[in-house]
Design a protein around this ligand. Structure first.
Ligand SMILES: [Zn+2]
Ligand SMILES: [Zn+2]
Length: 404
């Protein structure tokens, strides 16, 4: 109570002293997001031996489609989560706020977000959500040049506030034409929530001719396997079968804080992108090269060749030592990532202080006491990393080498 009283009077004095200067500074910074340091909610994974590990959310909404916030708030949230890149992907055809926001320029949300991010190192990516009924469903195109070229409404309804009539008119333009228009802009194109129960009532993602043909022709490049609070084993299998990039997104419409409670240990799903540099071009190159791992709840989901370097960078072991006058080996496992690593030991030794299941907490460590039965200068400890998936139902396996 006292503290807040003090802050209030302090604030009043600052305003009085600075007078007009403060007002003009506020006017100039209107629409810019403040840089916020909040390490508690930062999404943190280490760089791998060969690449920078960038945290990217490729699917978000604002009031310019069916979201409920101004685009600046998306930037503010991304800064708080310390994302490296954020895509703004409004539905082009579904415009439920039409009565209030007519939105003739479909690049507007991106432009506002890019301006809000100007004083930060957040990369804002121009995108759109091409929106159709099944089988095409919803398709994101990111790294586009002009969203207006991805929509064509030949006969708009007379009543501009009739949202469903507008969607019906807009979806008449074939989805194939829209994805080809995005492809002509060299966009990275991915299939959104292919298991969405409104379009797949059993919640099972299945390939269809539209998406298989576009994947085969190099027009469809990725697929969401995690979206919001959902994850799909079937979508993961489709990604492997059709050689598509694995994508995990928030698809946030409300507030990240409400949906994921980052102050309480939660996080939005993100795509970890293994890039040669922190630039838009490098992120795009890495997405086309399929160098991603999806971070969803406490799961890391990716192809073996991308997950293993991330595990190697995240987990390390201290030098091996022995408790005096015993053959009990001691080693500390360190974790510099946001994941709680759930390890299942599959080797021949047993432990003094654990059974076979061990958790190395996020940004923490645990001490293992191993019973090799004799003093060896080197031990190999094999584990299954149960909070990872390299294929549906298959966990990554690692061997931690420890030496004196
Ligand atoms: Zn969608
Ligand atoms: Zn969406």
């Amino acid at each position: 109570m006292l503290f807040s009283d003090f802050k209030f009077s302090h604030c009043i004095r600052a305003v009085t002293l600075l007078g007009g200067i403060l007002i003009s500074a506020v006017a100039q910074s209107h629409g810019r997001a403040a840089t916020v340091s909040n390490d508690v909610r930062a999404i943190e994974f280490p760089d791998t031996a060969d690449y920078q590990t960038l945290t990217v959310d490729l699917h978000t909404h604002s009031v310019f489609s069916d979201g409920h916030v101004w685009p600046k708030i998306r930037v503010e949230e991304a800064l708080r989560d310390q994302l490296d890149a954020l895509a703004i992907t409004e539905h082009l055809e579904y415009q439920p706020h039409r009565a209030d926001i007519l939105h003739p320029d479909r690049n507007r949300a991106y432009d506002i977000a890019a301006d809000a991010a100007k004083n930060s190192d957040l990369i804002v990516i121009r995108g759109s959500e091409i929106t159709r009924d099944a089988p095409a469903g919803h398709i994101n195109a990111v790294f586009i040049d002009d969203a207006n070229k991805l929509i064509k409404v030949d006969k708009p309804p007379a009543d501009t506030s009739d949202v469903l009539a507008y969607y019906s008119a807009a979806k008449e333009w074939p989805a194939q034409k829209a994805v080809e228009a995005a492809h002509a802009q060299n966009a990275f194109i991915f299939w959104n929530h292919p298991y969405w129960t409104r379009q797949a009532p059993d919640g099972i993602a299945r390939m269809n001719k539209f998406h298989s043909a576009n994947a085969r022709n190099g027009v469809l490049h990725g697929i969401e396997i995690a979206n919001g609070s959902t994850y799909s084993e079937e979508a993961f299998q489709l990604a492997l079968d059709y050689n598509l990039t694995l994508v995990g997104v928030s698809d946030v419409h409300d507030l990240i804080d409400w949906d994921y409670k980052p102050h309480d240990g939660g996080h939005r799903p993100v795509t970890l992108v293994f890039a040669k540099a922190k630039t838009a071009a490098a992120i795009k190159e890495a997405l086309f090269a399929r160098r991603t791992v999806v971070w969803f709840r406490n799961l890391l989901i990716g192809r073996e060749q991308h997950l293993q370097p991330l595990l190697a960078a995240s987990l390390s072991a201290s030098p091996l030592s022995y408790r005096a006058t015993t053959y009990i080996a001691e080693v500390t496992l360190n974790n510099v990532s946001d994941a709680d690593f759930n390890l299942r030991y599959t080797g021949d030794y047993t432990f003094m202080n654990n059974a076979d299941r061990i958790t190395v907490p996020a940004h923490g460590q645990i001490k293992l006491q191993i019973k090799p039965g004799k003093r060896s200068k080197k031990l190999t400890l094999p584990f299954v990393v149960e909070n990872t998936l390299t294929a549906p139902g298959k966990h990554a396996e690692i061997e931690i080498e420890v030496a004196e």
